[in-house]
Design a binder for this molecule. Sequence first.
Ligand code: HH2
Length: 394
Amino acid sequence: MTVTALAGGVPAALASALAAHGLDPSHAESLAAGGAQVALLVEPLDDVETTALVGEAMRSGLDCHTGEGWAVVAGTLARLGGLARPGGSSRLPVRLSLELGRFLMDLQDTPSAWRTARRAIPLARSCVVGILNVTPDSFSDGGRHVTAGAALASARQMREAGADVLDVGGESTRPGAARPDEAEELRRVVPVVRLLVEQLGLPVSVDTRRSGVAEAALGAGAEIVNDVSGLVDDPRMMDVVRASGAGVVIMHMRGDPGTMDARAHYRDVASDVAAELAVRRDLALAAGIARDAVVLDPGLGFAKAPGHNLALLDRLGSLTALGHPVMVGPSRKRFLGAVTGRPVDQRDAATAAACVVARMRGACLFRVHDVASAREALAVADAVLAARGGEGEA
Ligand code: HH2
């Protein structure tokens, strides 16, 4: 007799083993998906809900840990699903059962493409987003693209290196950066967006916290709004995104670039960031923004100490569980300097490594300065993921 571990219970390993032992592959896949291990933090809970949850978890063979007003319930997706059937097998209070059901449905229903104002961007392979800062003071590429011609030349190189999207920003959001006024931001961003759209055919995203800049860039052909404030700073931003049908990146930050470093305090960074992003996502959906237009981003470096960024990269599952594609932007950031000892102009290898870690943890969009090195590293991660379930055949 032998006992073999199936790669730590990765569902793809389970599906592959079941299919190799004669199960129909699609049946094997759905059984394996139900076998994925999930741990959910549920809070706030009152005493009645806590007691009911402990009882139901025990009956269902789930682990349950509780404290004052909270519970962690853990087990396979299939067993957790049993908790979410109000009036059926579940004896949980209806509010709790419905909330668990909603969460588990989202978790299993991440769109496979990103809906923008002009197309659907497929996300089966990694989507590389090239950074084009048209600012004098960005921490890495500031001052390099002050003319539209220089911006276009860099954008062409990025397209040749494999960029799928170009992200144009007219404001540096590094800690403590001075904010340009709106007229200046418009002057920097809009002509470059128009030129890239006319010349390159790649989707263009505008990195801005101002609805006026977003609106003007969308008018010039941009199709995505990347808002590092998570649609918080400008009350009109949600309307502009909804009315245009733009894709939107909702990024996590606390405070603003002037105050964020002082707010890098978390109880548990991955679940705190996921919970704060979920609130912003819910507001966006309630405002009428389409679910498949929304991408979530943990905001590496924004109100995060170096260790927070590493923990977030490792525990992106808290974010991917919200049921939206996840973007990460580790490119050349301070935490990579802290890990490698490298200055900002020598962090592309570290950036590519961070992208691969994030890819294996479920991210699918990567905002980077050096497209070529990220694309190459991600090609390996994509190939590993594509080979899951079909190993040995290539
Ligand atoms: N990081 C920066 C700016 N925009 N957008 C998203 N979605 N995610 C990020 O991590 C992110 C972002 C900061 O980096 P950069 O644009 O290179 O620098 P600066 O803000 O100095 O222009």
